[in-house]
Design a protein around this ligand. Sequence first.
Ligand SMILES: Cc1ncc(C[n+]2csc(CCOP(=O)(O)OP(=O)(O)O)c2C)c(N)n1
Ligand SMILES: [Mg+2]
Length: 555
Amino acid sequence: MHDGTPNGSGKPQVTLAEAMIATLKSCGVKFLFGVPGGGSSLDLMAAADDAGMRFILCCGETSAALAASVVGELTGTPGVVLTAIGPGAASAVNGVAYAHLERAPLILICDAREQGDAIPPHQVFDLKALFRPIAKTCQRLTPETGVAEFAELVSLVLQKPRGPALVELSSGDAARPVLPPSSSVKSDDEEESEGADASAGSDLHETAKALLAGSRYPVLVVGLQAASSDSGRDLQHLAERLNCPVFTTYKAKGVVADRHPQIIGHFTGADGEAEALRSADLIIWAGVEPVELIPVAWRHTAPLLVLSDVAGLEYPVMPAVELFSPLSRSAETLAATSVSSAWSRAQIAALRDDLMQRTRLGGGDGHTAEEVVDAVIAASGAASGGEVRYTVDAGAHMISVMARIEAREAHTVLKSTGLSTMGFALPAAIAAALVAPERRVIAFTGDGGLMMCLAELSTAARLGCRITVVVLNDAALSLIDVKQQRRQQKSVGVRYPAIDFAAAATGLGCRAWRVKQHEPLRPSIEAALAHEGVGLIDVRVDPTGYSGQLAALRG
Ligand SMILES: Cc1ncc(C[n+]2csc(CCOP(=O)(O)OP(=O)(O)O)c2C)c(N)n1
Ligand SMILES: [Mg+2]
């Protein structure tokens, strides 16, 4: 803080950096992630430290931005990343793309050169042009207007659809005196309760009710928006009134518990789900966002009833009705007039069994991903002594992991879906461990994905996180390998000699175990789960079943 010298208004002054940190603190931010440069990031780190906020140094900006985004998703407060100019900012792009496509509130604050400096443009390029397609706003803050603009920017990233913003700030500007922030940032929930309920009392509600009343075989799909709103109970109530099959998307896994008898599996837009949708005469999307679906043409003929708390999304097919209103409210209104559908519990159970069967992995020589996941689940129940949170990377192994693990509530399982980026599970696990240190985190990753963020094991070890990393190691980019095989192309550029991740993890400060092809799984898994700090299990898995699994699910 400055010496508090009163200015004309009689209010004490702070620096712009201090004012920005005060704004972040007032909306509940506890952590800042990043790799600092020598400019404004140092001012912000000092101000954050004074304010009792933690700066989490990461090894790379992509991981820092992913971790910050996940903090944003878990807490509903903005994730914050600090980076250097040019290379530091550019290195965060994939994490910002995640926040954009997965609707995570994120603020990327980059160092900037002082305005008007006549110096060579070393490390300088147009960052706004780089981030514009994926950021809700890109702004350079100055002391004259920066305090108010930053407060507006914070509330913008929290407004649905949540997403990222870029801030450029020079050290000179960060250190200039300003008046402290006066207005508090509007939270998303406040916005929601005040927000326009465009369809309330309108004909749309009546049309939606009529659609439901005329439907004998509705199917409910619960999506991303439901994971970040308090609508789970109301959606479950609607589902129970309808007694219909319920899918969750990957991002909404757990919003209605996986064990609920009406849950039939995950909705991804793939062929595997067609059986349920073929029989449907009405498909209800509750909070599903089009980014959650794999890119295949929509082939279902049943009308689509959309419940969304975000207006203006582009759907793969024109919805018969779109109710733009908080999901709880829509669900409640529809439940009030809904009656039980014609589905029988046996039909619903058969759909669930069919979908689960499609995810099963044929065995090969050695452990399969499915076997490893099942063994981890069995051992973790006994070892964790509490609710476990899971993070999952992208790749062929992901399908078995998502099918086998169970969630009882939203955000039990964290996964990149809209972007489906590799290198996610470990940074997400670090974020989860920071947000809820008492809750063990199990991160499932492929070998390729882990290599993209391997050094962050040292971050997790330094922070003393309770994370168990399970590497489903097939020495290949198997998802791409399978696609290459299906095109009957020669195997090029998708396989490599196996990495000894246990040795690497030990070098990075973790405890580690390695399970080779025919070695027993259980002792290592139990030992890793019993370890309080970061433990890694590198298991050699056989990828031969992935091809059949993918064919059964995606055609
Ligand atoms: C950052 C990023 N780069 C590339 C891809 C494309 N991609 C999807 S899965 C995959 C292979 C993943 O390999 P691995 O992590 O070993 O998992 P596996 O498929 O072998 O189970 C690739 C390259 C991606 N999704 N994200
Ligand atoms: Mg692999």
